[in-house]
Design a protein around this ligand. Structure first.
Ligand code: DGP
Length: 115
């Protein structure tokens, strides 16, 4: 799907909108959430646009394991790898997804209650 016009996260991935980047590869980028809901709140996104219908290409599927490896590396660096954290993706309207570009939230740094 490439980059989608007007997508905030595509623009962050392209460096057109500034963000606090904590991890990056050629396929994905991770940056701090602008409205953190916990002491550590980081978003990991594939650079390629994936919409809320999960219209995944084979290339997108190959990026997914790298997102988990990135989460491992990021949480270790942030000091929450052992303490525990939440790794979640809201997908689609009933989930409350606000940005229509697949993203995984890393939430941690405090005891997280039930959802
Ligand atoms: P969701 O509700 O799952 O779609 O979460 C979207 C998250 O994206 C929300 O926690 C706020 C964050 N966010 C939205 N716009 C920006 C932005 O321009 N920069 C950053 N760093 N985060 C953003």
């Amino acid at each position: 799907m490439g980059n989608v016009e007007g997508c905030i996260f595509c623009q962050i991935a392209q460096g057109k909108i500034p963000s606090d980047v904590v991890f990056e590869t050629d396929k994905l980028i991770a940056f701090r959430d602008i409205h953190p809901k916990s002491p550590v709140h980081i978003l990991i996104i594939p650079k390629n646009h994936v919409n809320a219908r999960l219209d995944l290409t084979q290339q997108d599927v190959e990026t997914l394991p790298e997102i988990f490896l990135a989460a491992k590396e990021i949480t270790r660096k942030e000091g929450i790898g052992e303490r525990g954290f939440r790794l979640i993706a809201n997908v689609g309207p009933e989930s409350g997804q606000e940005v229509d570009h697949l993203h995984f939230h890393i939430l941690g740094g405090k005891r997280l209650g039930p959802m």
